[in-house]
Design a protein around this ligand. Structure first.
Ligand code: FAD
Length: 441
């Protein structure tokens, strides 16, 4: 049910390209500021791919401040870990003491911190809160025509030949963003995400079977099983009825396709990479379905986007479209929530200013200031995530200078995780407001 009343004097219509996690939360967050917006999604319905998603404390705070209903939806679906510690173990070498995995280190998550849920459940719950007339499916954006602010609205052209208009466009269209292509130009290197030379097999296994195979402790809390050239992440989802499994592999070769991120795979293929792993990882992987998907992990590390907003200042990038990162921090969606919050705050300020001032130049300045304040506040942190996520993938596979040293690995993992989890969201909001003031002085 929609609880947001748009202002009758709304001066701004926002188009959101993409109905993934960033696009849907943008729609909810912006509507909760009583600003009018509409989502244009390429697919024929809401669709989340992959199994589980874990959201860290910064993500939860951003959700709460965006719209309490987003946070409530997550908490209804979130599966508590039985322990408040993220456990990092040696999944590769057989431990001498019999349980099969040597504990390496652990990081405190806080009470009910970093819980997981099934992606489809979460996106469905969010999508139900967006009114039907605020989303159009089957709208594959192919072109953006952006005039100056005083020269009319931005025009969006879709593959089916239809067009639409808006004052501001948020490109929430993911890794292979058309909006990014428009902002940077089709020939810019950042239009081509890079293969991180890692791929992942993803699946869920029934919890009863997991408990039988590896015991309650390992099944019901968040574990990272480190190893040479491969590693496995496991955490409970679906109210502890399923164990989410992501098995990462380093791949010296190239990803076989420019278009497809996933390919069908089999359990036998998984074991080609994990043959030498210890008994716990072997037991987990044995429980995967015979038919699986294999995912290429791409990011924008080698070719980062130098800007998140267009030169004319009316189109901007949010979430993976701006800063797609490898998933090794489990933070891409969390930082998308932070992005959306920063934007919603900036746009609310701009709408507040323009409803008092009707001069078109002041109006233009206010909205330009909103998008550029968003970019100024978000750029450094989100680019750091892209870099650090690559590092973490290597750390979990003993490929950094920390090598297999648990003390060094612990120190890096803890420091970097806390930079994400402890982010001061209230300060970010103040910063957005301050930067806007400075830009409009
Ligand atoms: C294996 C793996 C595990 C992960 N685990 C976590 C985790 O635990 N925690 C976490 O915070 N993050 C995690 N992430 C990262 C997280 O999934 C992403 O950061 C997040 O989903 C990005 O959301 P998005 O909405 O920006 O992009 P997307 O989810 O890619 O959504 C983009 C949307 O835009 C649509 N679209 C694309 N092009 C067009 C077009 N031309 N016109 C119209 N619509 C278009 C697409 O159909 C799609 O619906 C993980 C990622 C991976 C790969």
């Amino acid at each position: 049910m929609d609880q947001c009343e748009e202002r009758p004097d709304t001066v701004l219509e926002i188009a959101i390209i993409g109905g993934g996690i960033a696009g849907i939360t943008a729609a909810l967050g912006i509507r909760s500021k009583s600003i009018s917006c509409k989502v244009y999604e390429r697919a024929t319905e809401f669709r989340e791919i992959g199994a589980g998603i874990g959201l860290s404390p910064n993500a939860e705070r951003a959700m709460l401040l965006l719209d309490q209903r987003i946070h409530a939806a997550f908490k209804r679906l979130a599966t508590p870990n039985t322990e408040d510690w993220f456990q990092y173990v040696d999944g590769f070498n057989k431990s001498p003491d019999g349980d099969g995995e040597e504990p390496l280190f652990k990081i405190y998550l806080g009470e009910r911190g970093f819980e997981g849920c099934r992606r489809t459940d979460f996106l469905d719950a969010l999508a139900k809160m967006v009114p039907d007339d605020r989303i159009e499916f089957n709208k594959d954006l192919v072109k953006i025509i952006e005039p100056d602010w005083n020269n009319g609205k931005v025009e969006l052209c879709f593959a089916d030949g239809s067009t639409s208009k808006a004052d501001v466009v948020l490109g929430c269209d993911g890794l292979r963003s058309r909006a990014r292509e428009y902002i940077l130009g089709v020939d810019h290197p950042a239009t081509r995400p890079s293969y991180t030379h890692k791929f992942a097999f993803r699946g869920v296994i029934p919890m009863e079977k997991a408990i039988q195979a590896i015991g309650e402790t390992k099944s019901l809390t968040r574990y990272m099983h480190l190893g040479a050239g491969c590693h496995v992440l496991t955490y409970p989802v679906a109210m502890c009825t399923m164990l989410n499994v992501v098995a990462f592999v380093t791949d010296a070769g190239d990803w076989p396709s420019h278009e497809k991120l996933t390919f069908p795979a089999t359990k036998r293929e998984v074991f080609e990479y994990f043959t030498n792993f210890g008994p716990v990882v072997t037991a987990i992987l044995n429980l995967l379905d015979d038919k699986l998907d294999k995912w290429g992990i791409f990011d924008l590390h080698e070719n980062p986007a130098p800007a998140y907003i267009s030169k004319r200042g009316r189109v901007c990038l949010v979430g993976d479209a701006a800063h797609a990162a490898a998933p090794h921090h489990g933070a891409g969606a969390g930082l998308a929530f932070e992005d959306v919050l920063a934007l919603a705050v900036a746009l609310e300020e701009a709408v507040g200013m323009t409803s008092r001032k009707h001069d078109p130049i002041e109006r233009e300045e206010a909205f330009c200031a909103a998008l550029s304040s968003y970019e100024a506040v978000r750029y450094e942190r989100t680019q750091w995530l892209v870099e650090s996520s690559r590092f973490m993938g290597e750390l979990f596979e003993w490929q950094t200078e920390c090598n297999m040293d648990p003390i060094k690995c612990h120190s890096e993992a803890e420091r970097r995780s806390h930079l994400i989890w402890d982010y001061d969201i209230d300060y970010m909001i103040k910063e957005v407001q301050e930067v806007m003031k400075l830009k409009l002085m």
